[in-house]
Design a protein around this ligand. Structure first.
Ligand code: NAD
Length: 315
């Protein structure tokens, strides 16, 4: 059965690198700052906010949390983002989803200063990423590729060669996960196929996943992909985080988009939920925040957050 990829261990290593970077910046009198914007009281947004706040505080970053009421007028949300953009203590801004219906995601993303847009959701940064010259690699897809790169290297293979010879199927095409993952997969030379809920409804999804050498799933649908939908020896990366009640205890537990047991029986390697992509994502967000602080100081030399992805940085 499959090898389990330990995202927690990878995240711990990344975190150690960050501690050193923060110390280095502190010597120059610079403290990176992260701001989060949450609107309304959706559980996933608040759970994520708490995790990144804890991590930011542990690493010694300046942290600001803007919590807006669920009925906040759009103009006020835009003004909040504007205020953070002009605050010199803030290096990076994270807008948490879901937003209430009166606040348009696109409008709020456009209000970001691209130099503080650590998730690359501003059209300029999303465009740079699509052109393989990213300023920031968004944390979730960055984590997926970091995890794959490291796993492949540790198992004695050159990631580049593996990608170039791979059918990579990416399930889900949201602006913050699936689509940027498609861009990264293409940039690394994989033959990429993007599927979404329409592929599923058309009955095509599992035909495609059955041919994947690497499958990345970010659909938000618990247990969607099962062992019979993948080929033997697939490498399966599960981005999904879904809260479901346990059938026996009734307690809420987190599961991914893979039916873990049946996929693990056939896969070469698989990421667990929790403990796979998630912990790396949290650290990567802070990594981008520190990168933004360095960028703001004109430190354009070492850009490991891009070089690790083997991409050309934005000018
Ligand atoms: P989203 O709802 O914005 O997008 C979901 C995408 O999946 C859409 O493109 C949709 O068409 C597609 N989809 C939905 N049902 C499908 C189906 N049955 N078959 C094929 N495609 C389907 O979600 P998102 O923000 O991209 O997040 C996806 C999942 O990843 C969620 O479970 C979320 O909690 C999780 N997530 C995890 C991390 C992490 O760090 N691990 C980060 C962000 C999101």
């Amino acid at each position: 059965s499959a090898l389990l990829i330990d995202g927690k261990a990878y995240a711990a290593d990344l975190r150690n690198e960050l501690t050193a970077q923060v110390a280095e910046l502190a010597e120059e009198g610079c403290q990176p700052g992260l701001a989060t914007v949450v609107a309304g009281d959706a559980y996933p947004a608040h759970a994520y906010e708490r995790r990144v706040r804890r991590l930011a505080e542990q690493l010694g970053l300046h942290y600001v949390r803007e919590a807006l009421p669920a009925d906040v007028p759009e103009a006020e949300a835009v003004a909040t983002v504007g205020k953070l953009c002009s605050d010199p203590r803030i290096s990076g801004i994270l807008i948490l989803r879901p937003l209430p219906p009166q606040v348009s995601e696109a409008t709020l993303y456009r209000a970001l200063d691209p130099l503080k847009d650590i998730e690359s959701v501003h059209p300029v940064n999303a465009g740079l990423l699509a052109l393989d010259r990213p300023r920031f690699v968004p944390s979730t897809p960055a984590s997926v590729f970091h995890l794959l790169d490291r796993y492949l290297r540790e198992s004695g293979r050159d990631p580049e060669r593996v990608y170039q010879g791979s059918n990579m199927v990416i399930v889900g095409r949201s602006a913050n996960v699936g689509k940027p993952a498609v861009n990264l997969g293409m940039a690394r030379g994989a033959t990429v196929l993007s599927c979404d809920v329409h592929s599923y409804r058309a009955g095509l999804l599992f035909e495609h996943t059955a041919h994947a050498d690497i499958v990345i799933i970010a659909a938000g649908s618990p247990g969607l992909l099962r062992g019979e939908h993948v080929r033997d020896g697939v490498i399966a990366v599960d981005v999904g985080i879904n809260a479901v009640p346990d059938t026996e205890t009734g307690k809420i537990r987190l599961v991914g988009d893979l039916d873990f047991r049946s996929v693990a029986e056939r896969a070469e390697a698989i990421t667990p939920v929790p403990g796979g992509v998630g912990p790396i994502t949290d650290v990567w967000l802070l990594r981008n925040t520190i990168a933004a602080a360095r960028l703001a100081r004109g430190v354009a030399t070492a850009r490991p957050w891009i070089e690790g992805m083997r991409l050309q940085p934005a000018d």
